[in-house]
Design a protein around this ligand. Sequence first.
Ligand code: SF4
Length: 401
Amino acid sequence: MNQKMLTDPNENVSGGNVNTLRPQPLGLYIHIPYCIHKCGYCDFNSHLIDQGEMGAYVDALLVEMDHYAQSHSSDREVQTLFLGGGTPTTLPIPQLVRILESAEKNFCFASNSEITFEANPATIGQNQLKSLRQAGYNRISVGVQSFNKTELTLLDRAHGVEEIHCTIDRARGAGFDNLSLDLIFAIPGQTLERWEDNLRLALDKNPQHLSTYNLTIEPETAFWKLQSRGKLTMPNEEHQLALYRRTLEVLESAGLRHYEISNFARPGRECRHNITYWQNGNSLGFGAGASSFLDGTRHKNINLPARYIKEINKQRTAVESQESLKPRRAMGESLMLGLRLLEGISIQQFEERFQTSFDQAFGDIVSSLQKKDLVTIEQNRLRLSEKGLFLADSVILEFIA
Ligand code: SF4
């Protein structure tokens, strides 16, 4: 890969300037692609655990980190690190510690950096959680998905309800005071009352952050095959909207702020790592299938872990595709990502960043969306309307069509 392209300020469409005195903020993402079981709805880059491969995978991650640190560590400050998957806690704890130590050795971390790992119930014990907290991980995101036994079975999850409670209580006991929980709604057969029970059980755990995702059927998943054979019927759109509205009512009245389409947080506990992504900030991704975005250039790694390891061992990188964003595309993506945030986009900042008139670039699209009551402009900020939030996926696509 041409590393110069990644750091050349003349190509910079992201607004960053590598020559400023202050180090540029950077987010690190590390992908652990192993799971103990493939859930029926999952289209993430996840593969069944392979003990023979996992050690070599971590070795490859460290080589890749070392490689990119040589070009990007001196003028950047890591503000967030996110270990996602897959299920990162399928790796032995010493390996998870080794990954963080290597990141800290290679990059300069801000003193208040947010360091998150994802964990699934039934994959980690109390002492192991303590070891991770001591190593410096300071935020845990638990993949709960549902507190209801029937729903967990329907979702084809590998854990039961008891294991959820156990994992969350252990995380608290291990000293994690920044806890995020993931839930899924619009599960076939889910009533408003049952979804509300899920939300209340989640709130009982007093999480700092909650993500609520609408179940979608992705191509080639086990659920997709069931649906094509008529064996899985999704709730209709009206019911899905009612579930989404109930989510807002319950969580906001419990003091969680709705700050992104699917995300809620106590003040100051928003996920900083994901905000960097939604604001189109610089991030480096390591591991199979991971993506990076630096100064207007994006690259994505090879998906298959075995091929990723092979490429890293050969040439210290495993890039499958790379793209320098043309200004129009960069502007469209910036809107597409920024509109996910409830605060929306500052039109003034957009114009300063891209040195172009917002109206000239997107005026027609915005007026057509305004007529359909999908976006609003207030105080010079473009935002999704309440209706637009629910239809966000199709609305934001308009900006990159
Ligand atoms: S645990 Fe998460 S990443 Fe793993 S298979 Fe299930 S949904 Fe996919």
